[in-house]
Design a protein around this ligand. Structure first.
Ligand SMILES: [Zn+2]
Length: 293
């Protein structure tokens, strides 16, 4: 039911956008940094697809091309929510100012300029892009002109950049939630479910590795389990006393059931926390007999 999660976070992104628009009168979707980086769009896009990608990775799967295509639907869902929501919330106050706080009457009760055309969803945005100012006649009473951004092409380019930001934010979440995960090299379709076995310090690593390799080589799963249990009691306490420690994990592919032994290396950073050295990670496939025991 990963798509349900996608719908939930897409709706959350719409709520965030509309709540900010209503309470602060600020269009967060159009927020950009250094004039060109569509920060608001990226952020909202990331919220929109987060649930979908998070659920896929939680199931141990690697997002594939179809998942990325599917995520575009959630991005479009958010986008439609922003556009439709803004229009539904556009009210004209008694002092003839557009607000998003439901003050006055809804904008659809008004007409543009001297025409009889009511302000619908489409021509609300059409006018927003095309006109330097938006004049509204309220049932025959002339209103003040409402200033909107002055240049049509500037408006449209800005808007397109925001949309690209939304797309980038939404798609990048797929890459972000999968970083640091170990990929099954056998089927290439899933991420390994990892179970911690034991930690050892740098003094113990050599003998422990050669023992473990021996058990793997002999397909002796029972022996390996016993050895790991023994070593756990011996090594665990002293493992964190050094600057470098090694961790062993058992990895299991939820897709093809292949088992792995994962050896990770951690070094102490300046804040006293162990940080994994990704380049020193070793992932060794192990046979089915060992996996079962
Ligand atoms: Zn696999």
């Amino acid at each position: 039911m990963k798509w349900v999660w996608g719908v939930i976070t897409a709706v959350v992104s719409v709520i965030v956008q509309l709540l900010i628009l209503s309470t602060l009168g600020f269009n967060f979707f159009s927020f950009s940094m250094f004039f060109v980086i569509p920060a608001g769009g990226i952020f909202l896009g990331a919220i929109a697809t987060f649930g979908y990608f998070y659920k896929i990775v939680r199931q141990g799967l690697k997002p594939n091309k179809n998942n990325y295509l599917m995520s575009v639907i959630f991005i479009l869902l958010s986008f439609s929510g922003f556009m439709y929501g803004e229009y539904r919330m556009a009210y004209v106050s008694p002092s003839n100012e557009i607000n998003y706080k439901f003050e006055g009457e809804h904008i659809s009760h008004f007409v543009f300029g001297e025409s009889d055309e009511p302000i619908t969803l489409l021509n609300y945005y059409d006018y927003k892009f095309n006109n330097s100012s938006l004049s509204i006649f309220s049932r025959g009473h002339v209103s003040n002109a409402i200033d909107i951004e002055p240049n049509k092409w500037v408006n449209i380019s800005k808007f397109l950049i925001q949309c690209v930001g939304l797309l980038i934010g939404g798609l990048c979440v797929g890459l972000l939630v999968t970083s640091g995960k170990t990929h099954c090299s056998s089927c290439k379709k899933a991420y390994l479910q990892e179970h911690k076995l034991l930690d050892v310090n740098s003094e113990m690593i050599e003998p422990v590795i050669s023992e473990i390799n021996q058990y793997i080589h002999n397909n002796n799963g029972e022996g390996l389990t016993t050895y790991i249990t023994e070593q756990k009691a011996l090594c665990e306490d002293v493992a964190s006393d050094t600057n470098v420690k090694y961790g062993f994990k058992f990895g299991h592919c939820p897709n093809c059931q292949q088992g792995y032994l994962i050896k990770s290396c951690y070094t102490l950073d300046k804040h006293g926390n162990f940080e994994e050295q990704e380049d020193k990670k070793a992932v060794i496939p192990i046979s089915q007999e060992i996996v079962i025991s």
